[in-house]
Design a protein around this ligand. Structure first.
Ligand SMILES: Cc1cc2nc3c(=O)[nH]c(=O)nc-3n(C[C@H](O)[C@H](O)[C@H](O)COP(=O)(O)O)c2cc1C
Length: 351
């Protein structure tokens, strides 16, 4: 038997991730995002007409219809081309941003480059974000590989995902995180586009965010716990799920991670904050904006909508979320997204 290339292993893992997240229940079990406990104070005197509400925002110097991005998911295997083309076409028509999945496979071989490059063809105007994992960044000596990956998708920004839980639980994982921060600092210094750093569902703590900001990162995606559990995905991939089962609910809930990140601004630290991890409605997006986010992102719920109901279904879901946001803005007297930022959130259950 010929030895399988590293590229082959990445390819089949990326396909398994999509298949498992679409067909199995990989949500956190004993933990939620915490967002569902937060309610807006109802404003019975909004003093504004519904049709005056503007849900638009700017992200990466481009206009979006709502503060939403389809979070980084896929690429690098045969079936990913159709998924990325569909996601890109819907994002383009809905005027929201799109991230591609880890481009590691494209570093290893050129076979599936089109699964990534197809996004810019289908979405010429929206913000598109490239993606690579922490372990790859730790090994990068210079920015040349990252530059090529960013060019492949015509990226407006380049994301590094921090996934220590996933790397440690994957049988073929690479939990070699020494040098990641220096690699990120090198990319920040060398790339002509902004670097985004995200988790993948275990959240970023204030301490980690401080270190990222000190390294020059200006866009942070907390990607907290309460949505897709990557320990859960690994539990379903492994023949010996025990350890992955025990880490199923590991991580900082999205609402906590976001509130703590936003609080860093009172130390004078500036950043663009993206909230993700378990965002399942426009109400969640609105709650995140009120908690201090500039943008939100969602992965599995949107991929699921595309898988089950096609482009039209995904478009309809984004429209639902957009209407949720507009509704919250009307009922809190917020004409603009910037007004929503100062809307009050409470937990009535505590009263
Ligand atoms: C099928 C699938 C593949 C993913 N692959 C990547 C990836 O390659 N790079 C990355 O940064 N995040 C990846 N993610 C993580 C998401 O971007 C997101 O951070 C995480 O799923 C939490 O969001 P959610 O609760 O909305 O799913 C993937 C998510 C899914 C569902």
């Amino acid at each position: 038997m010929p030895r399988k290339s590293p590229g082959h292993r990445t390819t089949s893992r990326k396909k398994q991730h999509v298949d498992i997240t679409l067909t199995k229940d990989v949500r956190f079990r004993g933990k939620t995002t915490g967002l569902e406990r937060l309610e807006f104070v109802h404003n019975a005197l909004p003093e504004l007409n519904f049709d005056e509400i503007d849900t638009g925002t700017r992200f990466l110097d481009k206009e979006l219809s709502i503060p939403l991005m389809v979070s980084c998911m896929t690429g690098g295997y045969r079936g990913a081309q159709a998924i990325n083309r569909d996601l890109a076409a819907v994002c383009e028509s809905a005027h929201i941003a799109l991230g591609v999945g880890s481009q590691r496979q494209a570093l290893e071989e050129s076979q599936y480059h089109r699964t990534f490059s197809v996004v810019r063809e289908a979405a010429p105007t929206i913000p598109i974000v490239g993606n690579i994992g922490a372990a790859e960044v730790a090994r990068m000596k210079d920015p040349s590989a990252a530059l090529k990956l960013a060019e492949l998708v015509g990226a407006d920004a380049f994301t590094v995902h921090l996934n220590p839980l996933q790397e440690f639980l994957q049988p073929e994982g690479n939990p070699a995180f020494r040098g990641v921060l220096a690699g990120i600092a090198m990319l920040v210094r060398s790339l002509p586009i902004p670097v985004i750093v995200k988790e993948i569902g275990s959240g970023l703590s204030p301490d980690v965010i401080r270190r990222l900001l000190d390294a020059g990162v200006r866009i942070i995606d907390v990607a907290g716990a309460g949505g897709t559990s990557w320990a859960g995905v690994e539990a379903l991939r492994r023949t010996d799920p025990g350890i992955a089962e025990r880490f199923w609910d590991w991580g900082i809930p999205t609402a906590r991670a976001l509130a703590d990140a936003a609080a860093l601004r009172s130390e004078g630290r500036q950043m663009t904050l993206i909230a993700s991890g378990g965002i399942v409605s426009g109400l969640d997006t609105a709650r995140c904006i009120a908690l201090g986010a500039d943008m939100t992102a969602s992965a599995r719920p949107l991929l699921g909508a595309l898988h089950r109901r096609g482009r039209k279904g995904l478009r309809a879901l984004i429209e639902d979320w957009s209407n949720d946001i507009r509704g919250v803005m009307f009922l809190t007297g917020s004409a603009r997204i910037s007004d929503l930022r100062s809307a009050k959130l409470v937990t009535y259950r505590d009263l």
